[in-house]
Design a protein around this ligand. Sequence first.
Ligand SMILES: *Cc1c(COP(=O)(O)O)cnc(C)c1O
Length: 388
Amino acid sequence: MAREIETKCLHLEEEEGCSNNYGAVSYPIYQTATYAHLGVGKSTGYDYSRLQNPTREHLEKVVATLENGLDALAFSTGMAAIALMMELFHPGDHLIVDADLYGGSIRFFHNVSEKNGITFSSIDCYKEDIESYISENTKAIYIETPTNPMMNVTDIEALGEIAKKHNLLLIVDNTFLSPYFQNPLDLGADIVVHSGTKYLGGHNDTLAGFLITNREDISEKFRFLIKTTGAGLAPFDSWLILRGIKTLGIRMEKSQQNAITIANWLKEQNAVTKVIYPGLPTHPGYEIMKKQARGFGAMLTFQLESREFALAVLEKVRMIKFAESLGGVETLITYPTTQTHADVPKEIRERNGITESTLRLSVGIENVKDLLDELDNVFREIEGELHG
Ligand SMILES: *Cc1c(COP(=O)(O)O)cnc(C)c1O
């Protein structure tokens, strides 16, 4: 019988009933660079930690299980995973990518991949006619859903059918929902990307990235590339991510519950002109989210009445931290214009709807009453100052 995901965060079925590692319940950290051979041609299965390390391998197996993949590879960061994934492509190849993506991915595609001869069409995958952008040299479609930071929702299954029909890879960055809420491979994706720094690690203390695939040929290519380029996750960091994953379920549930409460509170504020959260029934992607995901996540974006108001919020928050990143136990507030999306050209930012009064909240697991108290104090203080 297939296990539920909370259980899969804690137990690897294939290792049950074995008494490996003296029965240690917490997987050991194999802090070693190399492995001694018992003789010529007698490898222990591990030869050098750039190729593989038992702690990293254990983490990779857990993550593959969570995403229903054949193989998962763990990297030093999310960007290292994306950089390696782009090695699948050759000069002359063309990719269709979401217009509203993590800023670092946009920077990578336009400053590194383009130099290597790869071309891109950046379009709103949730609403545009994808097929009209496909040409002879198109090799893949790369999306996030919901997108960062505008929370646009794309129908993964529908896109998977288009990708299959035209023999394209469908690549989904699943960082925002984590495998707890969404499994793109089950919906027709070929490759899933994660910044493990976010919900998988979950504690704002470790950087990591993942590539997961259900295709044997792609797994083989990735294994060759990770061995050759060397951005595999270190043993201690692998252990920290393993430890984070153990509580993925309860963290996702609690932070989502807090996010729904905060989204509804923000909606009632005079200073807030728009709340973008896919868990609100008024969100255009709400029905698709209900169809393809098991939850709505804990990321929300909102617009304030003015740039002054937005900046004042960032100046005045104390418990809520004004910091980049997301997906950890602590609530963080971000200013996409100067932080995550600073390197995205202004006209593209504005076309995507990111303005100087846009803020993004990664809701954590604090008691929601304390979060609302802080936001309420901050809002009332600013209203007093700006409107006297
Ligand atoms: C943070 C992030 C990345 C990059 O991951 P790092 O671990 O910071 O390198 C990629 N995609 C999304 C959606 C992210 O939020």
